[in-house]
Design a protein around this ligand. Structure first.
Ligand SMILES: C[S@@+](CC[C@H](N)C(=O)[O-])C[C@H]1O[C@@H](n2cnc3c(N)ncnc32)[C@H](O)[C@@H]1O
Length: 319
């Protein structure tokens, strides 16, 4: 079962109008959405997006509600999805990034380093790229870079060398085969810490699903879609993701974006966002004890301002 993180904090930050219009870009098991629904009144509307069709269908069955429109799609296409659904007004957008426990619990999907499965890791099963291609086809340097950048894996080079050496004689087809290669590549002391394949599996998942690119693309679209006063709530689980969200919010909350050396302001830029949470909101000790996933969760919240220089919605949506 997937336990939603920072549930009360998300609802308190997101809900500005009980009859408003909301987008859950990462529906997953629908934990956040279910709580949001409890607060919504007739007339409210929610668009629920997930790129994993199996999860989307599961949540569609569970959360049957006339207020929700379910969409199988990628949030990096948010603007297009809103356009297709004819949604012009959005009061709140939620992004709860990463993988859902439902995905980890489906061994055949290849996300788990505890279960044997094909090297897949695709959230969207219609996508071509699987973890198999990265492990069996990518050059050693690129594998090392992925493991280092997305997994902060300190033995990234050693693991990449072991992978490329192994695949010269035999292809690496399964998750447990990869786990054994990783175990053999890292020092014994490291094997005794947390699971030695944990970081590599996270890195591969992020690469397979282009998670950082999708986040980079959705943020400006989310900002444009929001009504004035609308809230953007993003939960991240990885330092790279959090940095991206923090920088985006910081830049869009600035009135002047002239180079620091210019003596006077010539840009005429106006802040588009107000940052609601200067510091990221993190889970309480009790929540972290009850749900270890919550330990790395960071929630950032921003509010759309009226003075922004984003183009008018009519122009944006082509209406
Ligand atoms: C952490 S889970 C969300 C959990 C959910 N908030 C809940 O309470 O159950 C993240 C979900 O987002 C989906 N997802 C990740 N990246 C996506 C993307 N680019 N577009 C659409 N869905 C995405 C995943 O398939 C997964 O189901």
């Amino acid at each position: 079962m997937h336990i939603p993180v920072l549930l009360d904090e998300v609802i308190a930050s997101l809900l500005i109008d009980q009859q408003g219009s909301y987008v859950d870009c990462t529906l997953g098991g629908g934990g956040h959405l279910e709580r949001l629904l409890e607060h919504l009144k007739a007339g409210a509307r929610v668009l629920a997006i997930d790129k994993d069709v199996a999860i989307l269908e599961q949540s569609r069955q569970r959360l049957q509600s006339p207020n929700i429109t379910f969409v199988h799609g990628d949030f990096r296409d948010l603007k297009e999805i809103l356009k297709q659904e004819g949604i012009l007004e959005v009061d709140g957008i939620l992004l709860d990034l990463g993988v859902s426990s439902f995905q980890l619990d489906m061994p055949e999907r290849g996300f788990s380093f505890h279960e044997d499965a094909d090297l897949d890791m695709r959230m969207n099963q219609e996508q071509d790229l699987k973890a198999w291609e990265i492990i069996n086809r990518y050059p050693e340097k690129e594998i090392a870079q992925i493991l280092f950048d997305f997994g902060e894996e300190r033995y990234s080079r050693r693991i990449a060398v072991a992978i490329t050496k192994y695949r010269k004689t035999e292809s690496i087809d399964s998750t447990l085969q990869l786990v054994e290669i990783i175990k053999a590549a890292v020092p014994a002391a490291y094997r005794r810490e947390k699971h030695p394949a944990r970081k590599s599996f996270q890195a591969l998942r992020i690469a397979v699903n282009s998670e950082l690119e999708a986040l980079r693309e959705v943020l400006p679209q989310a900002l444009e879609a929001l009504n004035v006063g609308g809230r953007l709530c993003v939960i991240t689980f990885h330092s790279l993701e959090d940095r991206l969200v923090k920088e985006f919010m910081k830049n869009r909350a600035k009135d002047c974006i002239c180079p620091s050396q210019s003596p006077i302001c010539t840009c005429g830029h106006q802040a588009e966002l107000k940052i609601i949470s200067r510091k990221p909101i993190v889970a309480s000790k009790e929540e972290c004890e009850a749900n270890p996933r919550a330990r790395s969760a960071k929630l950032r919240v921003a509010e759309k301002l009226s003075g922004g220089t984003t183009i008018g919605k009519e122009e944006l949506w082509g209406t």
